[in-house]
Design a protein around this ligand. Structure first.
Ligand code: IMP
Ligand code: MG
Length: 175
């Protein structure tokens, strides 16, 4: 699988070291608060598992499955998920976890759905990767693992047509 990569961006050890820092910041900010983590699957699955095990706080975990890409590498702007999957987060501090912030459609839609359907005490988001580009929706993440150029990346949960999620590193796919 690795020979399909043009370039490796982040190796396993670099990801682990950055997760230590992110987890420390989140632990500090949410200590003593009723935390509900809402992870966006499938992309954030590996990130979620590695990050949450570094956060020694009581928390609730829920996942929602979102489809935003329909096969290609460009966002269609259509974000599909089941609103009934949104856990009751009334009065809680919600932290959304996603793999990557690209066009912004996914986070913007989920944030809007939570605000329409529930009354969280706070709502923040955390992404492993953030593409440096102009977004189609006005949304930013509160915690960011790494900032990257506007290139299509795979590995560590991120896929291209459902492949490469199990690569332990993050790399740019050969065009
Ligand atoms: P957005 O809605 O355009 O911000 O994109 C968010 C979703 O698109 C992510 O959760 C990913 O599933 C997918 N995505 C965006 N960029 C990439 C990429 O470079 N590689 C793999 N998936 C991506
Ligand atoms: Mg995807």
């Amino acid at each position: 699988m690795q020979d399909h990569l043009k370039r490796v961006l982040f190796r396993e050890e670099e990801i682990a070291a950055r997760l230590d820092q992110l987890a420390a910041a989140i632990t500090k900010d949410y200590r003593g608060k009723e935390l509900s983590v809402l992870a966006v699957l499938n992309g954030s699955l590996i990130f979620m598992a590695d990050l949450l095990r570094r956060i020694p706080l009581p928390l609730q975990l829920d996942c929602i499955r979102v489809k935003s890409y329909h096969g290609g590498t460009m966002s269609t702007g259509r974000v599909e998920f089941d609103r009934s999957d949104l856990l009751n987060v009334d009065g809680r501090h919600v932290l959304l976890l996603d793999d990557i912030l690209d066009s912004g459609h996914t986070l913007a839609e989920i944030i809007q759905a939570i605000r329409e359907n529930a009354h969280p005490q706070s709502l923040k988001s955390c992404v492993l990767l953030k593409k440096l580009k102009k977004r189609e929706r006005q949304v930013e993440a509160d915690y960011v693992g790494f900032e990257i150029e506007d290139e299509f990346v795979v590995g560590y949960g991120l896929d291209y047509q459902e492949h490469y999620r199990n690569l332990p590193l993050i790399g740019v796919l050969e065009a």
